[in-house]
Design a protein around this ligand. Structure first.
Ligand code: MLC
Ligand code: AMP
Length: 506
């Protein structure tokens, strides 16, 4: 079924992927810092506020310093930092200069960081942790590593904001289907058209103020929260992490109107005695993982907020969302965003998408691109879905092996490979145990040598230098042997609650 002719969240005629001819993210943002420089833009903490005009000046200075080190448009630069004003200014500066930003999770361990460095070959890196800086430099000592506050000499300002719509702006690392993480190359046009479609669909205006606790190294916080705020000429309160009381305080102190979170956030918020304080927000949005329908319903009962669930990916930015006006269906991700064409192919139906928001391809991976794109330009998401008569999409599963814990993707194969390096583990399989808080709790079934007694703690210690902590199995089950079919393929569906289920009768 093809929804290209079906209902969208805003009349398609209203949608202009170039956002009125801006063509690049930073030229769209420039309209706001030129027209309303005095408007508050970003709040970081007491006394740490930037107006649009101050953001322009700070990012201009940062861009000049970066240029002074020899960086030029088209160079790749790795950014890995907790949320702070310096990171935001540096990110904007990179885009203004035409650099290609490679956002990198701060939880990554040495092997994960080295992979991104080897694959993306950045010329520079901005990191807030000296240890991570050392890892980067030990992978390639020609990379210029500095902290995000850019302690560099001031330099003359080059021409800024000249990136063309098709110039790359970001390379987001994601495993997609299988294998080592691949870089999804997103152009200015891709990123701009997606925030333009969100501006229309969510009626995002300059009066909105977002509470942004999501990390700025993934699409949700960066490509939706930060870019969307600047595109709408709106403002955001950027917090360094998620903690319910700080969030409620920030909403009250800053008269916020928007909150974007992953389901884990909503699960924790509803446990708080202060959850009713969310009633004053104009809009709460959930994404990155499935929002349980009962959490949606309980949230509405407590706060009056009908959470808008939406669906997106690193490769495509945002694709589908429940509407602002009209029914917001618990358990469904809604209707295609303006500009997004969507179809389901096969049975069960794989979600395929096309549109100005869809990335240009994986960085230096022709085989992966050949597999991911159809001849007519549709991208295979690897997610399975169903459409109802009104065109609402429900995600029913995934064609690829992917777990999502607290909004972070975890690929079982990557964890299995790391566990496989343990001399005491002869074979293992990683699956998800359903969890109300995390979505999937990473769970390992291990077969160990009889003489080895390996505890969950021991496994975590072993994985500590190898994998980011959110990928570590929280539950470990010891079994005698993995269930396999006649061809020797592991049958993960028979691993259940610590036991190996009997083979289904033929
Ligand atoms: C933290 N921990 C996790 C975890 N996050 N474990 C499993 N899954 C996670 N997601 C672990 C830490 O390693 C640590 O373990 C312990 O929890 C406490 O760490 P913390 O940093 O204090 O955690 P907390 O702040 O509570 O983090 C939870 C969270 C965070 C939900 C706030 O995970 C988060 O920000 N998630 C959002 C991820 C996100 O932005 N995803 C968007 C991807 S883009 P220990 O053992 O050391 O105590 C995308 C596209 C789209 O998907 O559609 O949006
Ligand atoms: P990432 O590669 O980190 O961008 O993660 C993208 C994946 O997150 C998608 O392919 C989906 O599997 C999943 N995802 C995002 N939003 C939702 C949602 N609302 N419901 C279910 N899965 C989602």
């Amino acid at each position: 079924m093809d929804t290209s002719e079906n209902s969208h969240l805003a009349p398609t005629a209203e949608f202009d992927p170039s956002a009125g001819g801006a063509g690049s993210l930073t030229r769209s943002w420039a309209t706001h810092w030129n027209k309303t420089p005095e408007r508050p833009c970003l709040f970081f903490g007491p006394g740490e506020t930037l107006s649009y005009g101050e953001l322009e000046a700070a990012s201009r200075r940062a861009a000049s310093r970066l240029h002074g080190t020899g960086l030029v448009a088209g160079d790749r630069i790795l950014l890995s930092s907790a949320n702070c004003a310096h990171l935001v200014i540096a990110h904007i500066a990179c885009l203004r200069l035409g650099l290609v930003v490679v956002p990198t999770n701060t939880a990554y361990r040495e092997a994960e960081v080295r992979h991104v460095v080897a694959d993306a070959r950045p010329r520079a890196a901005l990191v807030d942790d000296p240890q991570r800086g050392l890892w980067i430099q030990s992978a390639n000592d020609r990379i210029h590593v500095v902290s995000p506050d850019l302690p560099l000499p001031d330099a003359p300002t080059p021409e800024l904001d000249i990136a063309a719509p098709n110039d790359p702006a970001l390379i987001g690392y994601t495993s997609g289907t299988t294998g080592r993480p691949k870089g999804a190359v997103l152009s200015h046009q891709n990123l701009l058209s997606s925030v333009e479609s969100l501006r229309l669909a969510w009626r995002w205006t300059s009066d909105d103020r977002l509470i942004l606790t999501l990390p700025l190294f993934h699409m949700h916080g960066l490509g939706v929260g930060l870019h969307g705020t600047l595109h709408a000429g709106a403002s955001a309160v950027v917090l360094s992490g998620f903690e319910p009381d700080s969030l409620f305080d920030a909403i009250a102190e800053n008269e916020a109107t928007l909150f974007f979170g992953v389901p884990t956030h909503y699960h924790r918020l509803i446990e708080s005695t202060r959850v009713e304080e969310l009633a004053r927000l104009r809009l709460c949005v959930s994404g990155s993982a499935p929002l349980p329908a009962d959490l949606h319903t309980r949230f509405e009962a407590r706060t009056g907020q009908r959470i808008v669930e939406r669906y997106g990916m690193t490769e495509t930015v945002m694709l589908v969302s429940n509407p602002i006006e009209g029914e917001r269906r618990p358990g469904s991700v809604g209707l295609p965003l303006p500009g997004v064409e969507m179809r389901l192919v096969g049975d069960p139906g794989e979600i395929e998408v096309r549109g100005p928001n869809v990335f240009t391809g994986y960085w230096e991976r022709p085989e992966a691109n050949a597999e991911a794109f159809r001849a007519d330009g549709f991208f295979r998401t690897g997610d399975l879905g169903e459409l109802d008569d009104a065109g609402y999409l429900t995600i029913t599963g995934r064609a690829r092996e992917l777990l999502i814990s607290g909004g972070y993707n975890v690929y079982p194969r990557e964890v299995e490979e790391a566990l496989g390096e343990h001399s005491g583990i002869t074979e293992c399989a990683v699956v998800g145990t359903p969890s109300r808080e995390w979505g999937d709790t990473i769970t390992a079934y291990v077969v160990t040598r009889p003489e080895d007694s390996i505890t969950a703690e021991g496994i975590r210690d072993f994985l500590a230098p190898r994998l980011a902590p959110y990928k570590h199995p929280r539950i470990v089950h010891h079994i005698q042997a993995l269930p396999r079919n006649a061809l020797g393929k592991v049958q993960k569906h028979r691993l259940d609650d610590g036991r190996v289920l009997d083979e289904e009768p033929a």
